[in-house]
Design a protein around this ligand. Sequence first.
Ligand code: PLP
Length: 393
Amino acid sequence: MVNERMLGLGSARSVIRELFEYGKQRAAVVGPEHVYDFSLGNPSVPPPDAVNETAMRILQENPEIIHCYTSAQGDLAARTRLADSLNRRFGTDYSPEELYITVGAAASLCCVFHALTCPCDEFIVFAPYFPEYKVFIEGAGAKMVLIPPDTEHFQIPLERFEAAITPNTKGVVVNSPNNPSGVVYSKETLQQLSAILTRKSAQYGHPIYLISDEPYREIVFDGFTVPWLPHIYRDTIVCYSFSKSLSIPGERLGYVLVPRQAADAHAVYTAVAGAGRCLGYVNAPSLFQQVTSLCCDMTSDLSVYQYNCKLLCSALRDMGYEVPQPGGAFYLFPKSLEPDDLAFSQRAKEFDLLLVPGSGFGAPGHFRLAYCVQTDMIRRALPKFQALADSYK
Ligand code: PLP
């Protein structure tokens, strides 16, 4: 006998992984240059040279210590550098005691959901959303409440949101720049969200936390800004990751920030540490705690994503695809050319285009296109997108 839920999670591959695996098999048949894989959000630009140089320097200078356990919450010097960097950038005064270093954003989120969840608690999530949220929230024993999308602008549908808040609402998750829409939530939207949360927290007599999942914070294009959420809503907990900004998803490094101004901050931070212990994280990789904290003011060359985004947006729009305006990350979320996005994605495969159906993100009738790929592949894929569009005429 094994745990049914875990068995289910382990056996069901995500649609994205299915497509990715299909792409590999297809490449073996037709050749990799004839498969146009837009399925996976793996950064396509290398990390800054300083990442590798710093790692090598530390390994040479400090080989005994660097492979040892660190404090569970992360090495103090690393947390101090991370706090200093945030303070420089956002005009804050965080201390290392407000930061808990994790094994990436996934772990940050899991720790926070586990830390906050009491019996009957609910977390609100806005579609389209990163599908692992459901796994993480339910894994913590809470319920995910999904708000259907505003399919015109993919901003937060505030009325629907307010109506969904109940006395059991413990938190709300926002992800901006967004996976899968690429949309950046505007400051006005976030201010209104904050006003609703403040009102509802007072009405129900307990804090409703805003959990800001920010792996794409740095990937933001000209004309867009990602507001610092703790400035807008006091009870914000930030879940960050270096996976995308430094192109190191395999190294597994991120953090949770529980600002001391947030309600019950000390208890929340301590419970995050407890969750990390319960989930067996022990400590985030020691070498990359040092590397990321020494390189945290840098990013990979993110301009490539903006270039790819412009190239694809304008070409797809010219072909008649409806593409909501992205402000960052490396995803587009166009409308599928038929209402059934699964059928659409299936038809796209006939042109060797691997596009992820929107249903898995809670937004049927759309598809996700990850453009963290070589620009050359995008150029070669454009006639295929045209042929796909023509097949609907
Ligand atoms: N949150 C979102 C919205 C993501 O897109 C991802 C990864 O793609 C994660 C969290 C997990 O990131 P990490 O690699 O840091 O665990």
